[in-house]
Design a protein around this ligand. Structure first.
Ligand code: ARG
Length: 560
């Protein structure tokens, strides 16, 4: 229930409209004073009385009821106090009746939001650098769906470029079918690294690579078959990780998908007088906007990353008629997005304003950085596997008798990787630390999961009451109720800011409040009425924590 709206509807304050009053209603600095406060200073001028007097008049005229049980005027503010028992009952009823849907809404009204995320490169390692785009994008996907939008998840595969020529050349020179079949992406990466080493000594290798790339473009059977094989290998390995992380896509249209969709774009650019020749290349001049030119065609006639993105945006608008199109891509590509968004705007696409670059910071591991070219790579699958095995040893130590230890360790370990990447504001660079993400007492998913297991065990012993009522609510209970009631607005805010970290932080906050309540208040030993209310609070907390984690792609074990 929107208490603010409820209160605003019953206040009469000079000539202010209900909406203006709604906007004025604020949160008092502490809940002792009240739950909402109306400052009367702005009214003094039109009402020609002191704010203190106005506050007193408004307070006296306000009709108290079972919802708003206290109204008082203090120093020019009117403070409103929501009835604790009402608030608690209302919140619990809502959480318990909505269950898995608690927090969802229909704000999206079915509008389509394209989300371009993860967007892996064929035959390149799927490394720690892809973690953020993958889990951020997936969380945004789930969040949009939960709030009534129709998300379209797009994996804009990096399946075009001269690197495939290099790989074919390297494979034909030094590779073998068995080796690649066995070693997968790592074997391909080794070939790629070797190519760069050898090409430094022998420049003609680069010409050979270019020739192979041309063969792919000309649909030469052998080259194309090799490329398709590399693609298959990549998608198989990446698919295993997507399954683990609960990540899904609706479209796999990658860069090469736009091969035949660029000519009309270039024609349109030409027609609109936007293309300029520069040193043999064709560019869109963006100097007036303080940016370097956007290169559309290289001097050899080849298209570029930006050309494909322009064609892709036009295709997506035509195919999905999106309300928004998000690109979850590292901030290193800020300029690229600014440039091609601007080009689309100059082309007169009024929807260019609906393209959003959701930029994020870098993830590095505690022990240094990596370089794909030199073969120093931190594979995402290694990071996940290591987290799962560490989780297994922690769990085994904490609870040796636990059944399904392996399954639980998987849920905990994978959760730790996801949560570790999502806990901080997305634009921050983060250093991934195994000990930090697997700290059961920290701000982590395992702390939240552990709290869920605790709540589960309370409910197992006490059951979930059919009826519950609250009258005397202690501060720990009330803090918990308020936090539970906040969940829908946290989700709304997280979506508006494209910031799943708000959901992650909320989960930790809620778990902390539950634990405070758990240790301070006796649940199972309380007298019946109180016990039932506390059990209902426990169930509502468990439901909300599960919903929050599931939006991030994280599961919850029954026991830990
Ligand atoms: N494959 C690209 C990379 O690894 C990311 C693609 C992002 N999406 C896009 N439409 N540009 O850098």
């Amino acid at each position: 229930m929107d208490f603010k709206r409820y209160i605003a509807g019953k206040i009469k304050a000079g000539d202010l409209s209900e909406g203006e009053i709604y906007d004025l209603l604020a949160l008092p600095p502490n809940t002792e004073m009240g739950d909402f406060a109306l400052p009367c200073f702005r009214l003094a001028k039109t009402m020609r009385r002191s704010p203190a007097l106005i506050a007193e008049e408004i307070a006296a005229a306000y009709p108290k009821d079972e919802i708003v049980s206290g109204v008082s005027a203090v120093n020019g503010y009117v403070n409103f106090r929501i009835d604790r028992a009402f608030w608690a009952k209302e919140t619990l009823e809502r959480v318990l009746s909505e269950g898995e849907r608690y927090g969802s809404s229909d704000e999206g009204a079915g509008r389509v939001v394209c989300i371009d995320y993860s967007s892996v490169n064929i035959a390149k390692p799927f490394h720690i650098g892809h973690l953020s785009t993958t889990v951020l994008g997936s969380a945004l996907y789930k969040l949009h769906r939960f709030l009534g939008y129709k998300p379209v998840g797009i994996n804009h595969l990096g399946d075009y470029g001269t690197q495939f020529g290099k790989l074919i050349s390297a494979y034909k020179r030094w590779g073998s079918k068995e080796e690649v079949e066995k070693g997968g992406l790592r074997a391909l990466n080794a070939l790629y690294v070797r190519f760069h080493e050898e090409a430094e000594k022998d420049g003609s290798l680069n010409d050979e690579a270019r020739a192979f790339f041309k063969k792919i473009e000309d649909k030469d059977e052998e080259s194309l078959a090799l490329f398709e094989w590399f693609k298959e290998l990549t998608l198989k390995e990446v698919g295993r990780i997507y399954d683990l992380l609960d990540v899904h896509f609706d479209s796999w249209a990658g860069e090469s998908f736009y091969n035949d969709k660029m000519a009309p774009v270039i024609e349109e650019l030409e027609q609109k007088g936007l293309l300029v020749e520069s040193e043999g290349a064709k560019i869109v001049d963006l100097e007036a906007y303080g940016m370097p030119p956007c290169i559309i065609l290289r001097s050899d006639g080849a298209s570029l990353y930006a050309t494909r993105d322009i064609a892709a945006a036009i295709y997506r608008k035509k195919t999905y008629d999106f309300y928004k199109c998000l690109y979850v891509v590292a901030y290193q590509q800020n300029l690229h997005f600014k440039q091609f968004f601007k080009v689309l705007e100059l082309m007169g696409k009024e929807w260019a304003k609906d393209l959003v670059h959701v930029a994020y910071g870098m993830v590095s591991l505690e022990d240094g950085s990596m370089s794909t070219r030199k073969g120093k790579v931190v594979y995402l699958s290694d990071v996940i596997d290591k987290c799962v095995s560490k989780a297994l040893s922690i769990i085994t130590e904490k609870n040796p008798a636990l059944e399904n230890k392996e399954e639980t360790a998987k849920t905990v370990g994978v959760g730790a990787v996801i949560f570790g990447a999502l806990y901080n504001s997305k634009i921050k660079d983060i250093t991934f630390s195994y000990d930090k993400v697997l700290n059961f007492e920290g701000e982590t998913s395992c702390y939240v999961q552990y709290t869920c297991a605790r709540a589960n065990s309370v409910l197992e012993k006490g059951g979930v009451p059919e009826v519950y009522e609250a009258d005397d609510i202690c501060p720990q209970e009330f803090e918990l109720v308020k936090t539970l009631a906040d969940f829908p607005s946290v989700l709304k805010d997280a979506l508006a800011k494209y910031e799943p970290s708000l959901v992650a932080r909320y989960a930790v906050d809620l778990a902390q409040r539950y634990n405070k309540f758990y240790f301070d208040c006796n649940i199972l030993g309380a007298e019946e009425k109180e016990r039932n209310f506390r059990l209902a609070l426990t169930k509502a907390t468990l439901t909300t924590l599960k919903n929050a984690l599931s939006l991030l792609g994280i599961g919850v074990p029954e026991k830990m």
